[in-house]
Structures are given as C-alpha cells and as structure tokens.
Design a protein around this ligand. Structure first.
Ligand code: OGA
Ligand code: ZN
Ligand code: ZN
Length: 477
C-alpha cells in the first residue's frame, strides 16, 4: 500500500492545505508535533491533522441539480479526503464512508439497487491507495488496497453530482434526519394572514385526473401542512379514493375509514358528539401517529355561522414563535415526554412522546398535542410547574385568533393535513339542528413523501403554480 503522503510531496501538500484553508477559512492543526505551523504540515512522519471547518449554515431547500464538476481531491488525514468543486464548495469525505458507498456491481446489486457489500467487513483503518479526479466522466476514481479475503484491489467510481449532494450530509456538524427526505418543495410556516392568502386549493377532478394535479395537491400539502380539495362527489368512501391517489390507506383501531358524526346515544368518543374539539393532533397514543389525515365533508347543513367550523393551526409556526419568545418553555416542551392514553373498546393505547419533537440539530420534526388524551405527567418535581407554565404558553399561542385558519367545510370539500405538524379541531354544534358528517382516513407520511418525490423526479414541478412561491411566506428553516 502506498501511504497517502507519498502521493504528494510535503511541499505540495502544505501548499494545497494552505490554499483550501484560505478558501474555506478553516484552521488546520498538526497533531504530530508543534501545532499550527504550516511548515510542519505534511512533515514526512506526520499523518494526523485536526481540521476545523467553518460552520456553514445548513439549508433545507434543495436547489435543482445543476452540472457541477470536481476541481480538487486532497488527502486530509488518515481518515478522510477533501473534495473541492468548481462552484467553490467543498466537502470532507471519510474513507470508510466512501468505501461503504461504492456503487460498483460487486457492491450493489444492479437490479434491486440493494447493497451487497458487507459494511462491517470494511477494515477500520482503510485508506485509498490512489485517488484521482476523472475529468472525462466528471467523477472521482478511487483504488482501494487488496483485501485480505480476496487478495484483490477494489476500484470505485463516484459521480461528482452524487458526491456533491451527499457531501454536506457527511461533513455537517450534525446529522440532519429531516434532510433525508429528498423532496425539494419548500416548507412555509403560516399564521392566519398567510394561510388565508395561500391555502393550497385544488379541484377534485384535477387531483384525480392528472399527475400534474396530484403533484400540485401534494406539494401544497407538504409546504403548508394543509390543503383543500373542492367539488369532490358527495358519496360515501370518496375519501378512500382520494387517499389511494397517494398510496394504500393506513388502517387504525378506528378502521380503514372513520365517520365523524354525532351519535347522541352511546358516543364512545368526544368526536362523535356535537362538542367543540380544541386544537389537537390525532392518535398521539399510538406508537407512531399517522402522518397525513384526510377528511371529506358529506354533510354540513343547518349550522349557525359559528357552529361546526373547522380549525387549523400550524404547530411548527406557533412552536417556532415560542422558541423565540420563551426559550425555557420551548426547552421544557421539547424535552419532557408526555403520556398520551386512550381506552377504546377493550383496548388501551399508551405512548410517551414530547409535545415538540426535534431532530438532533434542533429542527422541529413533529408536534403532538391533545389535551383530551394526555395522561398524568410523569416528571421530576422541579419540572412540574415549569411544564404547566410552558404548556399554557404554547396553548395560548395556539388559541390566538391570528394563528388560526377557521372555515366551514362545505359538502364535497376534502381537507388533508400533516397530522404531525398542523393541529385541527372544530367549534361545537347542536346535533339536533345540525347535520354534519365527515369521513376520514389516514396515510403514512413516508408513503406521502415518496409519492411526492417520485412526481418531483418526473419534473412535474416545472409546470406547477400552486402557492409554493410567495413573497410574504416564512420558509422553514
Ligand atoms: C376527530 C376530529 C374533526 C371535526 O375526530 O378527531 O378532530 O371537524 N374531528 O369533527
Ligand atoms: Zn465496489
Ligand atoms: Zn382529530
């Protein structure tokens, strides 16, 4: 095996390091001897460098892929190399990660695209023998040393665009699970003023009749967490056909399809009365609550103006403003798990989850809130009052009129929302004078994402016009 430092002379290594440090404003420290002296970088017996990159602000908005080419590939330490692209960006790649992501036909099955390489078999001290940029193919070629098992060298080729897309993920300071959706539509946070102008609204025949219509519905739903379909047939089970435009419908303990209608005798659930339902997310007591909820209005008649109105609030928007105004409250609600619990027929369901769920980098992933099914708080004594105070602050924000979208669902309306982001509810009505009947179903969030992504990949986004770009919206993050 040829040690990396022999690929370049100490002098050229030093000058390369200085160039990329200047370009990225990073600092590089030699761990071998006296730190920080450029003349010692690349000293013949020194193979350990501590590289401190500048912190880049991460962005969740994926820019449509443009052809980008590799300019330089530099050894960085015994663990990693640095790649620099023609747009000035650079990323660090760990050698194990690179070897593990070889796309050759020995490592990945051509047909199923599933991995054949046995990741744990990669030697932990693996370094490339040679690597170089292949200008013709716009790729990085790496030759790995002969393995003990086969006695043969391994050759990997990495596409430049692929590396560029994945580079930020491996070199970011934190792991960003939310980035792992490859959906490129932006996420817009909203309050009443914003959503009243931009509520994604589409005709039933467009959603059902064309993939372009389906794409507009789903990208609106992704961006705003809520979207309205108009003029669906007023027929039972229509909600299932709408859900099946995305994927299979997720069955729960309430069935494949559920009816929300007042049953004056024997209402097993507050939803089956005329009572108002405060803003909530559904089924927090399940191990994983459903990602998308769809409600189809079959009847809404006889209501006074304020009766039986549907309510929606962007949980991400209110939690984000809580984070700005009362960070302590935000901290409590994002760290103390709450027990959600329900007894339904012979079963009891119970799940512990935070009201505000964050990923490792502090981005909001999910909101879980439902006062009706929240069990006793199990928290250390010193947190109990803090929790109640934080819960009150968040609830006050949710209940502000300026947070809330409020409207009467009409017969033939279908409203879909992200049940782990957007809270829903209704005002009360008199079931003796109002005939109100909704049918609902749930779809798994990953099914929704994968459908949206496959439509995006077919470039349907180019033709889309549904409220995804607007000047007064708040992009997240
Ligand atoms: C529910 C619910 C909404 C409505 O059943 O959980 O929120 O408008 N219903 O009746
Ligand atoms: Zn391979
Ligand atoms: Zn509900």
């Amino acid at each position: 095996m040829i040690p990396l430092r022999r690929l370049l002379s100490p002098r050229s290594l030093t000058s390369l390091y200085q160039r990329f440090c200047a370009r990225t404003q990073a600092s590089l420290t030699c761990l071998h001897n006296e730190p920080s002296l450029p003349s010692q970088l690349g000293a013949p017996n020194c193979r350990s460098f501590l590289y401190t990159p500048t912190c880049r602000k991460s962005t969740n908005v994926k820019v449509k892929e443009v052809e980008i080419s590799l300019e330089e590939a530099l050894p960085l330490s015994q663990d990693s190399m640095k790649l620099i692209w023609n747009d000035g960006s650079d990323h660090i790649f760990n050698y194990l990660w690179l070897r593990d992501n070889c796309k050759c036909s020995l490592c990945v099955d051509r047909k199923s695209k599933q991995k054949l390489l046995d990741t744990p078999a990669i030697p932990l001290n693996l370094m490339p023998e040679v690597f170089e940029i292949n200008q013709e193919d716009n790729s990085l070629n790496v030759t790995w040393p002969a393995s003990q098992q086969s006695g043969e060298r391994h050759f990997s080729q990495y596409d430049s665009n692929w590396l560029h897309r994945h580079g930020c993920r491996v070199s970011d300071q934190y792991f960003h699970p939310h980035k792992h959706t490859d959906v490129s539509s932006p996420i817009h946070l909203w309050n009443r003023d914003i959503i009243e102008k931009h509520l994604p609204t589409i005709e039933y025949r467009d959603v059902m009749g064309s993939d372009e219509g389906l794409f507009r519905w789903l990208s609106g739903l992704y961006g705003y967490g809520v979207a309205l379909i108009k003029n669906a047939p007023v027929e039972e089970e229509t909600v299932l056909s709408v859900g099946q435009r995305i994927s299979y419908v997720k069955e729960t303990n309430y069935g494949v399809l559920f009816d929300v209608v007042a049953l004056p005798q024997n209402a097993e659930h507050l939803a089956y009365t005329g009572d108002g339902l405060p803003h909530h997310t559904d089924l927090n007591y399940k191990e994983k609550s459903p990602g998308v909820q769809i409600l189809h209005c079959l009847h809404s008649s006889g209501a006074e103006p304020e009766e039986g109105l549907s309510l929606f609030v962007d949980g991400f928007y209110v939690a984000e403003s809580l984070r700005k105004q009362n960070y302590a409250a935000f901290q409590v609600l994002s760290s103390v798990p709450v027990e959600f619990k329900v007894a339904y027929k012979e079963n009891t369901y119970k799940h512990h989850v935070q009201i505000i769920c964050l990923d490792n980098s502090g981005h909001m992933e999910e909101i879980h809130i439902n006062n009706r099914t929240m069990g006793p708080l199990h928290a250390p004594l010193h947190l109990v009052k803090l929790f109640y105070s934080a819960y009150k602050s968040l609830t006050n924000k949710i209940r502000e009129e300026s947070s809330e979208l409020k409207f009467q669902l009409q017969q033939g309306d279908v409203v879909a929302f992200n049940n782990r982001r957007v809270l829903h509810g209704r005002t009360g009505y008199n079931p003796r004078t109002v005939h109100r009947h909704l049918q609902g179903c749930y779809i798994e969030y990953d099914e929704f994402l994968s459908k949206l992504q496959s439509l995006e990949n077919r470039s349907l986004s180019i033709h889309s016009t549904t409220g995804v770009s607007n000047s007064d919206s708040i992009l997240y993050p």
